[in-house]
Design a protein around this ligand. Structure first.
Ligand SMILES: [Ca+2]
Ligand SMILES: [Ca+2]
Length: 209
């Protein structure tokens, strides 16, 4: 049982909150105004199309547009509790607290473990977008160079990105395909275990500050 391992406490720890806020500010709030709106997702959409060279009107371009509209709508359903079209930092944390509590509840009835941590539906799509952003050559695997390059665009120093990559890839032992990337990302968003490899997926090495 997950409860025995202490992984399913209903409230979020400071460590979990720090990780969630880091993700919020670094990767979600792209126009850096401290809140999430469609604008941020529109910027993310443009970014992935530009970086991947998908031109306006192409299949990939249209698919990306549809995906981002979907991600934002579902995220809004989950998180925008006062329905003002904006997800504030408070709403962001409350949404995760709520999700965590729901998972804690269902973990008491079912035996949730081993097969990775549960994540909201919109996050699955978002993780896929992040993976495609990293996988510049589109061969289904993220390598160190791609990871470093994309993270530098988000202001992460190359030596931090490198150290993080070595950590979660187990010194290149493990291939970073979508499946493993999803497991690592789910750990980042959900786990309270300071030793979880997924904690390093954003290229940030410590959450002590
Ligand atoms: Ca914003
Ligand atoms: Ca709101």
């Amino acid at each position: 049982m997950g409860g025995v391992l202490g992984l399913f406490k209903p409230e979020l720890s400071d460590f979990q909150k720090k990780k969630l806020m880091h993700e919020f500010y670094t990767f979600f709030d792209l126009n850096k105004d401290g809140k999430l709106e469609w604008k941020d997702f529109d910027l993310a959409r443009q970014k992935v199309c530009e970086m991947s060279g998908w031109k306006v009107g192409t299949k990939k371009y249209i698919h990306t547009q549809e995906t981002f509209i979907q991600i934002w709508r579902k995220l809004q359903d989950d998180g925008d509790s006062n329905c003002d079209g904006v997800i504030s930092t408070d709403e962001w944390l409350k949404m995760w607290e709520h999700f965590n509590a729901e998972c804690a509840k269902s973990a008491q009835n079912t035996n949730e473990n081993g097969s990775g941590m549960k994540i909201p539906g919109w996050l699955e799509k978002y993780i896929e977008y992040k993976f495609n952003l990293y996988d510049r050559t589109g061969d289904g695997v993220v390598d160190l160079e791609e990871y470093e390059y994309v993270l530098s665009d988000f202001g992460v120093p190359p030596k931090d990105a490198r150290a993080a990559f070595l950590m979660f890839s187990g010194n290149h032992e493990k291939k970073i395909d979508l499946e493993y990337f999803t497991i690592l990302s789910a750990e980042y968003f959900r786990s309270d275990d300071a030793g979880a490899l997924g904690n390093f997926i954003t290229g940030k090495l410590t959450f002590d500050d």
